[in-house]
Design a protein around this ligand. Structure first.
Ligand SMILES: O=C(O)CCC(=O)C(=O)O
Ligand SMILES: [Fe+2]
Length: 319
C-alpha cells in the first residue's frame, strides 16, 4: 500500500516547490523544534483534565467535553484550538507552533507570497479516522487553489495510530465543488445537505482514477504541506495504545480573499509574515457560544452536524 516518503530539508528550496507542484504535497523533515512541541503537549495534558474544558469538535462539528480513552487520549479532535481563550496556556502554545518562522518560510517557497493568513486550525490526539476529501470544498481562496494545508507531527507517528494520508497527484484531477449549499447558513451548517454527495463523489473519483493512498507515519517535528485539491484524510486507529498527536493549520497568501465567506479583520502575529484574526471580542463570544450550545445539547440532544469519521460510513475504500 505504501510507497516511500520523500522528506526534504528547508534548504531544498527548488525541490520543495517542485515536489509540491507535481505531487500535491511535500514533507519537510524536523521543521518544528521539540521545545515548542513539548510545551504544547504539557499544556494539553493540563487542560484535558479540567472540569471546565468544553471545545468545538472538528470530527463531529459540535461542542463537547473531552471523552478520554482508557489509554488517556481524547477521542474527538479539537477545531480552532488557537481560539480557546479561556485556556491561554494551551491556545498560545498552539499558536506558537502554528506560526513558527520555518513554517512561514516554507509557505513562502510554495506560494511566492511573503505573507500568509491563518484560517482554520485543528488538534488531534487519537485519530478520529477522517473521510477522504479535498479542502477546497470547505475552505479555499478566491481565485481558488491557493490555500495551503499544513500538518505538524507532534510525536513519532506509529503506522497503527490511524495515519494521515494523501493521494499523490490527485490535485491535478477533478475538483469536487459545493452544490446546493445554503447561502443563508454559515460555515459547516451550510454544507449539511450537500456533504454526503461530495463524500461519495470523492470515493468514486478515487476508484475511477486509481489514485494510491500514501500513509504518513512521520517523525516528531516533521511537517507536511498539501494543496487544497489534493485528496486526503486519515485512517482509523488500529491499536488503542497509539495516539496520533498532531496539529493542522490552513493558510492562504495574505493578498488573496477567502472563497465562500467574508475575509475577517486580520492583525500581525508575533511572526510578522503571518496574519491572524484581529477581533478578540468575537473570539471570546465564539467561546461562550460553545458553552451555551453544549449545555443546551444536554437537554435537547444533538446529532453531529457533519460527521467526519470514516467509521460512520460504509463505503470507504481503503480500510
Ligand atoms: O488529521 C485529520 O484527521 C484530518 C485533518 C484534515 O483533513 C485537515 O486538516 O484538512
Ligand atoms: Fe482536510
Amino acid at each position: 500500500m505504501n510507497a516511500s516518503i520523500s522528506k526534504f530539508t528547508i534548504d531544498d528550496v527548488t525541490e520543495i516547490k517542485k515536489h509540491y507542484e507535481s505531487h500535491g504535497y511535500v514533507v519537510v523533515r524536523k521543521l518544528l523544534a521539540d521545545s515548542k512541541i513539548d510545551c504544547l503537549i504539557e499544556q494539553y495534558e493540563k487542560i484535558k483534565l479540567s472540569k471546565f474544558f468544553v471545545y468545538y469538535s472538528q470530527s463531529l462539528h459540535q461542542p463537547l467535553r473531552p471523552k478520554i480513552t482508557p489509554e488517556g487520549f481524547i477521542e474527538q479532535s479539537i477545531e480552532r484550538p488557537s481560539h480557546l481563550k479561556f485556556f491561554p496556556g494551551f491556545s498560545q502554545a498552539v499558536l506558537n507552533c502554528l506560526i513558527d518562522r520555518e513554517i512561514s518560510d516554507v509557505l513562502s517557497i510554495l506560494s511566492g507570497s511573503p505573507s500568509h493568513s491563518l484560517w482554520l486550525n485543528m488538534f488531534f490526539d487519537k485519530s478520529p479516522g477522517t473521510v477522504e476529501h479535498q479542502d477546497h470544498y470547505y475552505l479555499d481562496t478566491n481565485p481558488p487553489g491557493n490555500l495551503i494545508g499544513v500538518w505538524y507531527a507532534l510525536e513519532n507517528i506509529h503506522p497503527d495510530s490511524g495515519c494521515f494520508f494523501v493521494l499523490p497527484g490527485s490535485h491535478k484531477g477533478e475538483v469536487i465543488s459545493r452544490r446546493n449549499f445554503s447561502s443563508q447558513k454559515k460555515g459547516i451548517a451550510a454544507l449539511v445537505d450537500d456533504h454526503e454527495r461530495m463524500r461519495k463523489k470523492i470515493i468514486t473519483l478515487i476508484r475511477e482514477k486509481n489514485y494510491e493512498y500514501l500513509a504518513l507515519p512521520l517523525s516528531k517535528g516533521d511537517v507536511l504541506f498539501w494543496h487544497p485539491y489534493t485528496i486526503h484524510g486519515a485512517y482509523n486507529n488500529n491499536n488503542p495504545q497509539y495516539s496520533r498527536k498532531s496539529l493542522t493549520g490552513h493558510f492562504y497568501p495574505s493578498n488573496l480573499k477567502k472563497l465562500y465567506t467574508k475575509t475577517p479583520l486580520l492583525k500581525r502575529s508575533p511572526n510578522p509574515n503571518i496574519l491572524v484574526r484581529a477581533n478578540d471580542l468575537r473570539i471570546y463570544a465564539w467561546n461562550i457560544k460553545q458553552y451555551a450550545v453544549y449545555f443546551l445539547n444536554q437537554f435537547r440532544g444533538q446529532k453531529p452536524l457533519v460527521d467526519m469519521r470514516r467509521e460512520s460510513y460504509k463505503n470507504n475504500s481503503d480500510d
